[in-house]
Design a protein around this ligand. Sequence first.
Ligand code: PLP
Length: 411
Amino acid sequence: EQDPAPPRVVRKSAKLAHVCYDIRGPVLDRARKMEEDGQKILKLNIGNLAVFGFDPPEEIVQDMIRNLPDAGGYTDSKGLFAPRKSIMHYTQQKKISGVTIEDIYIGNGASELIVMAMNALLNNGDEVLIPAPDYPLYTAAVSLSGGSPVHYLCDEQSDWMPDIADMRRKITSNTKAIVVINPNNPTGALYPREVLEQIVELARQHQLIVFADEIYDKTLYDGNEHVSLASLADDVLFVTFNGLSKNYRSCGYRAGWMVVSGAKKGAADYIEGLNMLASMRLCSNTPGQLAIQTALGGYQSIQDLVAPTGRLTRQRDLACQLLGDIPGVSCVKPKASLYLFPRLDPKIYPIQNDQQFILELLEAERVLLVQGTGFNWPHHDHFRVVFLPHEESLREAITRIARFLEQYRKR
Ligand code: PLP
């Protein structure tokens, strides 16, 4: 009898060699195993509002239920007319000029469109400037598309503002685009108009596309206001991402959009590429599209939660204060979004490998965070906290983090 042939080894493609998405990486796998073993874990790792009792607005839910019987078909690949029209009105409110229905693409969340926008643009070796720390989908999407992510620094000393000089230094003849995440995940920063104007000027000088991620543009604390990058010029090409996931507590509906604006004339070929990729995936889910017009036409965004006494504001304040009370931990107070990115003083916490550090915290205290390097931060001295859990859970989680750090200091 012959030995059976060894199974054929199936390997992932070389395109994935530099792709990394640590928010759902090895630490989360370990947490899942612990949960399977019956351990209860406090999760401060993912910006998923629904699991923390932030339900989608009732009006949107009811409207979706009502529309469901008629939502069983494909739509135009860019999306249905009515929701795109409501997005067009939204761009007008944000003072982005010259946007037509044809410039608007609806996707299964902004995520799908971010990958599409990079795939349609990049050839091997093309560079894209991406913030450090970043929302890591950008680095992953650029790598997957064959491009090279080049990280510009955001400066913790100045409330995590992008370092424009660093951005400028890193522009080469291969640079195609700049990614700006404003409001920011993971730092909670909100950029003022002057900073945005400097970025636009740089893009103008070097003919770069600006990818503006504005998915947290209504998640603003302390009465802050958001300025859309694309409202600042019409001679630069902008691709703006937004959606219902955060501002309307509806991540599960997978309803996001992308708006092309500004210097569209020179971009006909790129736009043809975007249209081709949008067609290849036929369309985004129809029920999610139908939620958009109800959301944008109503008054049920996140506003109440970010008011001075709103639940998110209170949780932000509490998390910031409790973390700041831990020796050697400092934290810039977020002006927007759902995240904190605290610093661990390397003199007190000489961490060599922050993934290992976060894993040890998980094992010791059953608290789940994401390490700073998961956001392409170059040093092992930060972590991200999602301040979505109720005050009681936040208090408990941060007490456990403090206890772990106390032990760490005694090592
Ligand atoms: N952009 C940023 C900055 C995010 O933080 C997220 C999700 O956390 C996304 C995009 C993805 O959003 P969506 O649910 O629309 O795919």
